[in-house]
Design a binder for this molecule. Structure first.
Ligand SMILES: *Cc1c(COP(=O)(O)O)cnc(C)c1O
Length: 711
């Protein structure tokens, strides 16, 4: 995070601890922290590699894992990257080999017939083959259609599936999807609904409970095509849904297929699963499987694929046709004959051939470093399970749990659970701590996690217990997907997700857990030993059994305080969240305004109100050389700048230790009277025009103060 900072910042580096206290008020002094930590022997002992190894024996990939990480991922030194479900990291050898390949070979357009074109064509075909091989299938069974990503692959299916609208004599097609699906799956509804086709959300419970014993078989009379979509792994909770559902739906044994006659096709969204697990298409013959390659290799981005079962490909109807997809067509007449080859037929225009060649290097590096996907699954599951065990057993000084975990099982087995942890932290009174606060603190510690609803509203609603009505109310309260309005009326609008990749290390878990303890646990740290013991045995007990327990919150209750540490006086005043539920009157004594977005607060006891709210509150922002607004997410130390609005002199004064005070005029004469050039920046998703004549060069050649005219 401090990598490309100006020397100006150098002098204030040491003050980061100050900023912690300023930004997140509930924090106590560092001295108190280390004192209570050192006494919490239980937790410290749990947080060692020795303990980890006792809990899980698969770590690394043979050889010296640490050396490999140091060589291949030098750039993440000092960073705790725990957002692999969003994008994993590429190893250095991948990009090095790729660059070498690119600089040594001449790759032409694969649709020409020159030697350079043939080289491209052959390399692309080789990659297709490797993709199929990776998923244990062959070109006889499946075809690879390259797309720009998983989402584009889903859209392709939505656009070309032969949806049949209902008629007077026939019920028509059904588009069914598991509610724990990614937005990009649910969004297929936009297409089906406009064609009059019924969209049927199916909850995981419905799928489990409504089954038929006898396979219904294909109906020879009714050939109405239906589509069922479900994620092989939830991108929210990491839950792995049984791959046996594929055959169950195809044979009309499972709901919703057993309830509707016709021919059932299954789309298995494997985007989240395949980053850390293998997928065997021999045993799980899904009809359509969309994936994105950056989730497997970290590079290339903008490339995905739709794997199509050749038997099912024939039903897909082409509407738009682009270059390379026709066997023949006439320009002057509506005559188009599609290409016989399935990949050719659906790859409109020229595929991103250089990126596809990158996939080759992706496979090379992945197998070279890890051996195979099974090793990756074991390694990442172990890390996730360990983190889950500790986080869900961790308690405040008063014995209340620190985290509310959003998981269905208890990380019993890598067969049912991926390397994803989803949770909200709670304070010692049991109140949820908003995810945005956790995210901001994590950024200060250079810990990279994902927060919000993860493009999976269905799972978010189900785990957090948010009704449709509440979702609408949250929007009215100003909450939109991806923002930092983390609590509405004390109820969470999202959560925190920690996800692992094949290059994640034990140190990542350790750093993350220490961070939670330091920032969010009321001391003394205690551990729910009973729960921990139960989790330890859960894995052993579940081996060989197939049941999936379904309680949602697995650690909702108050846990037992460890006798040894409970005597220590607990520190009070952390994260007070008094609610005025008893109707008592409160007096407002002071207000903090934030004149500059992401900088420190300015405390006032009375303050004028302007036409757009509190005067000068969030009136400015800091932008970089490209006009992009800097935020605390990217530059945590912005909060060291203490702005002060001096009304008598009409000046905004900026102070930070180690620099001279900067004075910016509050009002500019030119701003009101000249038609100055306006540039655009995005602040929290909103376009904000700002006035370049107001640029005030202040502390570096690339960053500038700009008067923001959003308000
Ligand atoms: C990431 C993801 C997607 C969307 O992938 P894009 O690469 O954003 O197109 C869809 N489904 C799941 C389960 C995912 O994890």
């Amino acid at each position: 995070m401090c990598l490309h900072l100006d020397p100006w910042w150098g002098s204030v580096c040491v003050c980061v601890c100050v900023c912690v206290c300023v930004c997140v008020k509930p924090l106590r002094s560092v001295a108190a922290l280390s004192l209570s930590l050192s006494r919490s022997m239980d937790f410290l002992k749990l947080c060692t590699f020795e303990t980890f190894q006792q809990l899980w024996s698969h770590y690394g990939y043979g050889g010296n894992f640490r050396d490999v990480i140091e060589q291949e991922f030098t750039r993440i030194k000092g960073i705790t990257y725990l957002d692999h479900a969003a994008a994993t990291l590429y190893p250095e050898s991948l990009v090095r080999d790729y660059c070498q390949d690119m600089s040594r070979n001449v790759y032409g357009n694969p649709h020409s017939h020159s030697p350079s074109s043939r080289l491209t064509h052959d390399t692309v075909e080789r990659v297709r083959y490797r993709v199929l091989q990776h998923f244990n299938t062959t070109p006889e069974e499946y075809s690879v259609i390259f797309t720009s990503g998983c989402t584009a692959a889903l859209k392709l299916v939505a656009e070309s599936f032969p949806w049949r609208p209902p008629t007077e004599s026939e019920a028509g097609s059904h588009f069914c999807y598991l509610t724990d699906s990614h937005t990009s799956v649910v969004g297929m509804r936009g297409l089906t609904c406009s064609r009059g086709v019924a969209a049927v959300p199916v909850s995981p419970q419905e799928l489990d409970n409504r089954t038929e014993d006898e396979a219904q078989g294909e109906d020879v009379i009714c050939q109405t095509p239906h589509l069922f979509c479900y994620p092989a792994q939830s991108n929210f909770s990491g839950k792995k849904y049984p791959l046996s559902h594929v055959k169950g739906i195809q044979a009309r044994r499972l709901y919703p297929a057993c309830a509707h006659k016709g021919r059932w096709f299954v789309l298995l969204d494997a985007a989240a699963l395949v980053s850390c697990s293998s997928l065997n298409l021999q045993t799980c013959p899904a009809d359509f499987i969309p994936i994105s390659f950056y989730k497997m290799f970290g590079f290339p981005t903008g490339l995905g694929a739709l794997l199509v079962r050749n038997d099912a490909a024939g039903i897909l109807k082409k509407t738009y046709f682009g270059g390379g997809t026709a066997a023949a067509y006439l320009s002057g007449e509506d005559y188009y004959v599609q290409a016989a080859n399935i990949s050719d037929r659906f790859e409109d225009g020229t595929v991103s051939f250089l990126d596809i060649i990158g996939v080759n290097h992706g496979f090379d590096a992945l197998y070279r470093i890890t051996g195979n996907m099974h090793n990756i699954q074991q390694h990442t599951f172990g890390l996730a399970r360990y983190t889950y065990m500790l986080l869900s057993s961790l308690c405040h000084g008063n014995g209340r749990p620190v985290a509310q975990m959003y998981t269905e099982g208890q990380f019993e087995s890598p067969v049912t659970q991926g390397a994803i942890l989803n949770f909200n932290l709670t304070d010692s009174k049991g109140q949820i701590i908003g995810y945005a606060q956790v995210d901001r603190m994590a950024s200060l510690y250079n810990i990279h996690v994902r927060t919000g609803c993860f493009c999976n509203t269905g799972a978010c609603q189900s785990f957090l217990g948010i009704t449709n009505e509440q979702m609408r109310r949250n929007l009215q309260a100003g909450h939109v997907c991806g923002d930092s309005l983390d609590l509405v009326d004390g109820q969470p609008t999202g959560s925190v997700r920690v996800s692992f990749g094949y290059m994640s290390t034990f140190e990542d878990c350790q750093k993350f857990l220490s961070f939670v303890v330091e920032c969010f646990v009321e001391k003394p740290v205690t551990v729910d030993q009973v729960r921990l013991q139960k989790l330890k045995t859960a894995t052993a007990a579940s081996r060989g059994s197939d049941n999936h327990p379904s309680p949602k919150m697995t650690n909702g209750g108050i846990c037992k305080v460890d006798e040894e540490t409970a005597t220590e006086a607990s520190l009070k005043g952390f994260a007070h969240r008094d609610s005025n539920s008893h109707g008592e009157a409160y007096t407002l004594t002071n207000i903090y305004i934030y004149p500059i977005k992401s900088c420190g607060a300015y405390e006032v006891h009375d303050w004028p109100v302007g036409p757009l709210g509190l005067l000068y509150d969030r009136g400015w922002m800091v932008v970089n050389g490209n006009g992009v607004c800097l935020s605390q997410k990217r530059e945590p130390r912005l909060c060291l700048i203490r702005p002060q609005v001096h009304l008598p002199s009409d000046k905004l004064l900026l102070r930070a230790s180690g620099m001279d005070t900067i004075s910016v005029p509050l009002q500019s004469k030119t701003q009101l009277h000249t038609s100055s050039q306006v540039c655009q920046s995005r602040v929290c998703g909103d376009r904000s025009p700002h006035d370049e004549s107001q640029v005030k060069k202040s502390y570096s050649s690339t960053d500038s103060w700009i008067r923001c005219r959003t308000k």
